[in-house]
Design a binder for this molecule. Structure first.
Ligand SMILES: *Cc1c(COP(=O)(O)O)cnc(C)c1O
Length: 461
């Protein structure tokens, strides 16, 4: 054992190794030191525990190389989404287009007129570049944009209903991912929750009977990620607006995803667009910037001027303000919506949702062909269903094609794990004992790398 321990190379020798130095490239030397220390620790422990019976120089160096490759890769990195969930919150929701990314790069690698009025030569307003286009697209009187829609809900309730009552249907007291619960947000804002109706049925008279001097808002929340089916009733948006008008109480709707495009265009069943909701007379709406809008993380608040002004003046607005990266991505994305056909073609989320089946199939065939023959698994193309995701349209599915892999002699979860551990990880899904790679959410440029990963995963299993 002593003999083996003596054979471990010196730290300095490894730090000066030309091959390791080349692999480090222009990364901070910190990473090489850490890679060496971790490798030597592992080897020392392996020797003392009796796991390593012999040691040659290349074992140590290979360990360092492996560590170094892992350490120098940023922890936030690209992943290939083969889950078929277009708006996958855990995988970063909406991808943005190259063109939008180019604009973002231009803005953030230098200075910009973020808050500077070039005509007057003095301070300008951060949001003016978004305001005009959101008004143009939706017909809203006024606009406020914050960090995300959870923030938007908190801000709207704080600004319009603090210390007052907000009436909401019991069936809409939702929890969405990341412990965002309407009752908790309401409590945080200082507004008093007044729930009406029952879980499955709420009628207009339930709202009306709950109205008092203390009522500040009638609220509607999109039940984004679940649906009550069967013996149900909820109050129509128009009826609620009428009721609000009768008593002079504003109506606020948290739309969750909020689409500018009629989803029937891509074969899904009807959901009102943001424009339609505003047109129906709802006073304030809010929705996310990175769900069906396909832009950056943001919470967009639209509605009546006097209410939005109150919202804008609230101190939380400053605390939740968006940065130039968000602004750049949102403006460039929103511009595309001035022409619906352009948006369908150029906003990646809409492109992924509306792509023809043949295109998805072609990608599946390419993956199958590039992966080639193997003894390790049965591979074929299988028709299945993709999801919109992001909590939007929970029950609606889109037909898709997957590459289905049934491993021979090892488990599906082993294959799944292996695919996730690749340098560019691939996240697929498991269904009915088959590992599925859904080609709807895979980009053309990713298929080759996917095939390489799949081949390697199968060979090494
Ligand atoms: C997604 C969602 C939110 C939260 O939006 P974020 O932009 O993720 O903060 C709030 N309400 C509903 C109904 C949602 O679907």
């Amino acid at each position: 054992m002593k003999e083996l321990l003596r054979k471990i190379p010196k730290v300095d020798k490894l730090l000066n190794d030309p091959e390791l130095k080349e692999l480090l490239g222009d990364n901070p030397i910190f990473f090489l030191k850490k890679a060496v220390n971790e490798a030597l620790k592992e080897i020392r422990e392996g020797i003392t525990s009796g796991k390593f019976k012999e040691l040659d120089n290349s074992t140590v160096k290979e360990k360092v190389k492996e560590n170094l490759r892992k350490l120098t890769k940023p922890r936030l990195h690209r992943v290939i989404n083969a889950t078929g969930v277009v708006l996958h919150t855990n995988l970063g929701r909406a991808p943005i287009s190259e063109k939008v990314a180019d604009h973002l790069k231009e803005i953030i690698t230098g200075y910009s007129n973020l808050e500077y009025d070039l005509k007057e030569g003095k301070r300008g307003l951060r949001y003016r570049n978004l305001e005009w286009i959101l008004k143009e697209l939706t017909g809203a009187e006024d606009v406020c944009v914050v960090n995300n829609n959870a923030g938007a809900v908190l801000l709207v309730l704080s600004a319009l209903a603090k210390g007052k009552e907000v009436i909401i249907s019991r069936g809409e007291l939702i929890e969405i991912g990341g412990s965002f619960r309407i009752p908790d947000v309401m409590a945080q804002s200082g507004a008093i929750l007044k729930e009406v109706g029952t879980t499955n049925k709420t009628h207009l008279k339930d709202y009306e009977e709950a109205i008092t001097e203390e009522t500040a808002l009638l609220m509607k929340v999109h039940t984004s990620n679940y649906k009550i089916l069967g013996f149900t009733h909820s109050v129509d948006r128009k009826e609620l607006v009428e009721l609000g008008k009768k008593y002079g109480i504003p109506v606020y709707e948290d739309l969750g995803s909020g689409s500018f495009i009629d989803v029937r265009k891509i074969g899904l069943s009807y959901e009102p667009t943001v424009q339609e909701v505003l047109k129906s007379g709802v006073d304030i709406v809010s929705f996310s910037g990175d769900k069906l809008l396909g832009g950056a993380q943001a919470g967009i608040i639209l509605g009546k001027k006097e209410l939005v002004e109150k919202i804008k003046k609230h101190p939380l607005n400053r605390a939740l303000r968006i940065d130039k990266m968000t602004l750049a991505v949102l403006e460039a994305t929103l511009r595309l919506y001035l022409d619906t056909d352009k948006a369908l073609k150029e906003v990646p989320v809409w492109k992924l949702l509306s792509q023809p089946m043949e295109e998805i199939k072609r990608r599946a065939e390419k993956l199958l062909k590039l992966t080639g023959k193997t003894e390790k698994a049965e591979i074929c193309i299988k028709k299945d269903e993709s999801e919109v995701g992001g909590g939007a349209l929970p029950l609606q599915k889109l037909p898709t094609y997957c590459v289905a892999v049934k491993p021979k002699g090892f488990s599906i979860s082993q294959l799944d794990c292996k695919m996730r551990s690749m340098e560019t990880p691939v996240v697929g899904r498991i269904k009915d004992g088959v590992y599925l790679l859904d080609m709807r959410t895979v980009f053309d440029g990713e298929v080759e790398l996917m095939a390489k990963n799949l081949k390697r995963a199968l060979e090494e299993s």
